[in-house]
Design a protein around this ligand. Structure first.
Ligand SMILES: [Zn+2]
Length: 401
């Protein structure tokens, strides 16, 4: 008997949770016991200077030492880590005889630790692992401790490393590179500067919105997208106005981790494809670049009926809208809420404000079309569409029009 194929929203999935989540205020206190449990003797703590200044690195070093473990710290992580950053980290890891990584900080710290893990255990260069499942040898365990509520890297089996020269971002995916444990401690996120809270928070919200509609979306990924959207969209304003509110911080942190889990299962879409060339050519911070493009991408995608329905359902999860009152209305309510949050974040709302050169739009559009994430966008998107999206974003006003 001939059966119909499953409709949009029912993409196949094969999911094993790889990362143990340990959530709670002061959960970081458990890092020594968790590392010892994983058999560690010599830990490489991978972090950045800001985290050292905030005092988190010294605290984690002390916690690991108190559990009888040797610790060496690599604190030279930079934003959007490159192949050079990974090589520097590998030298330190090799000299230290590392047998476990702790990635402490934002997505860049976790990605640098993951990139280092690839090279230390499997040899070669980062580009050898660009793609899916290229590592053949076992890898070392990683404990991820995010101090921002953003990338969700702690729940992903991917390292995002840029080529030092071309700035091309290479997504290196492998189940073995996923963190064994993610420690989600909202206390650690309180120290973020307001601009970091804003950029990473918007990124997390964009992850929830994009994963909710991709071609690969399925009932499991949508469960994570919807919960992530609910948690983040209802607490973003609060963390901006009341940065010490631990519950709001906890909601953002958990929302970002759930959105990361959604990415693991459904990938991302055209807002991320359009954002990467803006970062590569004009140094626009990732969260800002994604935020600039997101409302325009939602409007573009909502021309597709199944995607419009998926956006309407997403907007209904935190009761921004109600699907039964009309899908188009729900999508408009979603776009209005995104615009409001972007304004609360104090983000530039037009490409012109970010000093993007208008004559570069054709080049940006070419590059956006080649991004891997574009292939998962729910509506087919070609160069001319990206040109229109960039043009719309070029001189957009804060209401998004
Ligand atoms: Zn992102």
């Amino acid at each position: 008997m001939q059966t119909e194929s499953l409709p949009a929203g029912w993409a196949p999935f094969d999911y094993t949770p790889r990362t143990r989540l340990v959530f709670g205020a002061n959960a970081v206190e458990k890092v020594g016991a968790l590392a010892a449990e994983l058999g560690a003797k010599r830990v490489l703590l991978v972090t950045d200077k800001g985290i050292v200044t905030a005092g988190h690195a010294a605290r984690v070093e002390h916690l690991l030492q108190s559990a009888g473990l040797g610790v060496v710290t690599f604190d030279a992580v930079r934003e959007n880590p490159t192949t050079r950053d990974v090589s520097d980290c590998v030298k330190v890891a090799r000299a230290a005889g590392t047998d476990l990584f702790v990635g402490l900080g934002g997505g860049s710290s976790m990605d640098t630790a993951k990139g280092c893990n690839f090279i230390l255990t499997n040899g070669g260069q980062m580009k050898d692992y660009w793609g899916v499942g290229k590592a053949t040898m076992p890898m070392l365990p990683l404990i991820a401790i995010p101090t921002t509520a953003g990338t969700g890297s702690e729940c992903q089996s991917a390292a995002l490393i840029a080529d030092e020269h071309t700035h091309q971002k290479m997504a290196c995916l492998d189940p073995k590179v996923a963190a064994r444990v993610a420690i989600l401690d909202p206390e650690l996120t309180v120290s973020q500067p307001p601009r970091v809270t804003a950029c990473t928070g918007i990124d997390a919200i964009a992850h929830a919105v994009e994963t909710a509609v991709t071609k690969k979306r399925n009932p499991l990924s949508m469960m994570y997208s919807h919960e992530a959207f609910k948690l983040t969209v209802t607490s973003f304003e609060r963390v901006m106005t009341h940065p010490l509110d631990l519950e709001a911080r906890g909601r953002m942190l958990l929302g970002a981790a759930f959105a990361g889990t959604a990415i693991e299962n459904s990938m991302l879409g055209a807002a991320h494809s359009a954002a990467n060339p803006l970062t590569a050519h004009f140094g626009v911070v990732h969260g800002q670049a994604v935020g600039l493009m997101l409302p325009h991408v939602v409007r573009f995608n909502s021309a597709d009926p199944a995607t419009r329905r998926a956006y309407a359902e997403l907007a209904s999860a935190p009761e921004i809208a109600c699907v039964s009152e009309g899908e188009e209305q729900a999508v408009e309510a979603l776009i209005a809420r995104l615009n409001k949050l972007l304004n609360i974040a104090g983000m530039p709302r037009s490409l012109a404000e970010c000093h993007v050169k208008r004559e570069m739009i054709p080049t940006l559009a070419e590059e956006a079309t080649k991004q891997w994430t574009a292939t998962f966008n729910p509506r087919k998107i070609v160069v001319a569409d990206f040109v229109r999206l960039y043009e719309a974003a070029f001189a957009a006003r804060p209401d998004g029009e």
